[in-house]
Design a protein. Structure first.
Lengths: 486, 486
């Protein structure tokens, strides 16, 4: 690892985040310039800038220096800078007194940046607006990626940028839509911004106050899940709920498709096999849930369809907003939601989970192996978008699947130790954090929160959230001694 | 599929099973020749022989005819003959009135042959001995394989025998220890017989009655789990429990190692990487459980070590005997047991689960992928027993893993529908049947039984037990239309 280069890049990312914190500071100052909240943002921003200055002094680097950066540096930068940003970002929560301990502040910030949406706040409506704004903004920054944003905003850091993009982008492939990395990053953030603006306008049109509209837009487009209401989206009417369903679904699509869609190539959506699978899963489960709830006594009204659609899309895209307590639904619907928790959004979306494409490849591999037993000599290349998928790629997807399951089990086991809680809660907390969903089952269910979790449990869940958001490797390689060698 | 050949082979297997039923008939007649029990065995045996005669008449085949049999026929024969044998084998349970319905009788028989050990009997001590003997004997026959036994006993059925052996033998590879298939089958059954005799003698030496000693030997060596006592092995003292621990462990080893061990090549055990992993897992978890239980208030006595060792080895080898209600243990120990439920015994053992070797390859694949991220150009062949493992093989193991997980989820979802039970019970029943363990969690836990499950639930669990025992493919291909074409 090129330690000085890595530090230098991290300082650039800290700079971007420090400057962005001026926005929540603005809300805080508007409400009360002399509040503990306003002071906490000022202290954090100044501290951030001071750290940046110190690093830049001792680890200078520019232009061509970055050309030596390799995949290992890229992964380490992503892992370390997400930790650094989370540490800095948790200060306003801590200093303002919103989070009772630093552990809580860190958990909330990691939950925000990783777009998980698991909260330690038990009474959201009573919190100062600047901090709530920052809380939702961490979602939005983390959704498309803090590093992708930094690449877009800052002077180019050369070839190393691709290594960074690859390490932060969700999904097994990181396509470039434009020849240069900087252009790609700018394009993705532009698309993200346009969709966010559209959602915010539609929410405002539904008479949602500006503050709520912005916060919920951040939470939706990032597939995050932090709300400004204790009741989450159940606090709003039918129109608002449908708008949020639509944008959660869009946020779970590959943003490269949206880029092509905005340029008029609407057929691109249908040409993507992953999108077709994603759409099919969504529609199938909405129909299934509507039927089960309808025949189960809720009747066939707009409300039944809406509640099915809302919960399905929210869980599948790993957003985590809720409009009902699905913990009260029949066990069959609960286990179906658990399965969707592992699936997640599409590659290249802001959604978490294992991603539709990986699960789809896994199922195709399984089905193929059954047919090959019957026809052992048949040549059957596994194809996606009519292109053959190599064995190496399948092995890589399988390896991802295995590590994911291993981390999930690790989390479940750890929860049973640190919380001495029931299996369903342990299981729910582990998958909800690893897949960046937020609400799980049992005592971390739809209408519960993570305040009661022990400090050790919160640090372990923070680790799972980071590993899940950064596609495992960026965080895991920090534990391999070889990473730290020169 | 060569339908006539397939039918012919199935008739041979039915013949073997019909003749073996003379043994439980013997017990029944000794107790009371005129009982419903004795009559039920006589009827079943006669019916079995009649079916065999009819099939042989309409589907004659011999010697060279079998040379055309392919992998597809082998798999179909294994799948269909296990179903046929289970249907025939369930008659004594049904006709004697031990099982209240035919569904219960079929469930109990499948549970026996697949060495699962899940029971619908609520009061075991009150059942007639002939039926209990048959119940335990189904374990022993299914453990090493009914078809392998038939190949060993009957006139050779040529090259097709290897296809059968491959399809029935547990684990990803089916090694031959002797040049001919018939010799291999005889050798394996001889080793199985010798170890079983040794266990029976040791149990008799511990003052266990002959009937109990034979039944528990069948249950142990097959990693089955049916007992003749309501309290399972908790009904016996410390010496008996340790003997059973030792033989459960041996039954979970690859029997080819035992063959070599009996020929004096004791080093073979240590040379096998899978055995070393299996031993390490066993010792690690026994130590861990002893520590947790010891510090948790049970103290550090022989009893604590024994209870840890018994439950760990019983679950890991998928036997399912119990000496304590592990449902009352802390959640951390319960989740550890659940993880072991998926692992299972070694390839080529009588144990179920995914097999140690597949899980080990999966973990190695995961670990390798992390290192490859850091050192992308490193050439790192995945090795087992110092031999490289090809990508194709890893994909096949991954495919197996995926289908296993899919069936597990299918079972869990199905249980939530048919039983409207809690998630832990649904989850426990699904994994306990698929991995051929027997006791699960919740309402199918260590001191519970499967009597309360609905008929639909029992058929679904029977399907999972068969799919799990026959390594998925033999049962799954029966659902592929292409299998039934000529």
């Amino acid at each position: 690892m090129h330690k000085k280069l890595v530090l230098n890049v991290i300082s650039r990312i800290l700079l971007v985040v420090s400057l962005i914190m001026v926005l929540p500071l603005g809300w805080a100052v508007l409400d009360d310039p002399s509040s503990a909240e306003s002071r906490s943002f000022i202290i954090t921003i100044l501290l951030g800038l001071a750290i940046v200055a110190v690093i830049r002094k001792f680890s200078p680097a520019s232009g061509d220096d970055f050309d030596v950066m390799g995949a290992k540096d890229g992964l380490a930068i992503v892992g370390l800078s997400w930790i650094a940003v989370s540490l800095l970002g948790s200060l306003p929560f801590y200093l303002s007194g919103v989070a009772p301990t630093f552990t809580d502040a860190f958990f909330e910030t990691v939950s925000g940046f990783t777009t998980t949406g698991a909260t330690i706040l038990t009474w959201i409506e009573g919190q100062p607006r600047g901090v709530l704004f920052w809380r939702s903004l961490t979602h939005w920054l983390g959704g498309m990626g803090i590093i992708v944003l930094s690449v877009a905003l800052l002077p180019a850091i050369g070839r190393g940028a691709y290594a960074l993009y690859r390490a932060e982008a969700p999904g097994p492939t990181a396509e470039r839509v434009r020849p240069s990395m900087k252009e790609t990053a700018k394009t993705l953030w532009t698309v993200y911004f346009i969709l966010s603006a559209a959602e915010a306008l539609l929410l405002l049109a539904g008479d949602m106050p500006l503050f709520d509209a912005l916060c919920h837009t951040f939470g939706t487009m990032a597939t995050g899940g932090f709300s400004t209401k204790n009741a989450s989206i159940a606090a709003y009417g039918s129109y608002i709920q449908w708008v949020i369903v639509a944008f959660m679904f869009l946020a779970g699509c590959n943003f490269i498709l949206h880029y092509q869609g905005l340029r008029g190539k609407v057929k691109s959506y249908w040409r993507s096999e992953e999108f077709r699978v994603y759409l099919t899963i969504t529609l199938f489960f909405i129909s299934l849930f509507t039927l089960v709830l309808g025949f189960g006594g809720e009747g066939f009204s707009e409300s039944t369809v809406r509640q099915s659609a809302f919960q399905i899309v929210s869980i599948l895209t790993t957003t985590g907003y809720t409009t009902v307590d699905f913990g009260l639904w029949p066990a069959f619907l609960k286990i179906s939601l658990v399965i969707l928790m592992f699936v997640g959004g599409c590659a290249g979306s802001t959604g978490g989970g294992m991603k539709v494409i990986r699960v789809y490849i896994a199922l195709k591999t399984g089905a193929k192996s059954i047919i090959q037993v019957i026809l052992p000599n048949a040549v059957m290349p596994l194809k996606i978008d009519s292109k053959p998928v190599s064995d190496t790629y399948v092995v890589r997807a399988a390896a991802y699947f295995i590590i994911y399951m291993f981390l999930f089990l690790f989390g479940t086991v750890a929860m049973t130790i640190t919380e001495s809680t029931d299996l369903v809660t342990a299981f729910g907390a582990s998958v909800a954090c690893l897949s960046n969903i937020g609400p799980g089952l049992g005592k971390v269910g739809a209408v519960e929160n993570y305040a009661w979790i022990s400090p050790a449990g919160k640090w372990i869940l923070s680790f799972l959230m980071l590993a899940g958001r950064l596609e495992l490797y960026s965080i895991l390689i920090l534990f391999v001694p070889d990473t730290w060698r020169k």
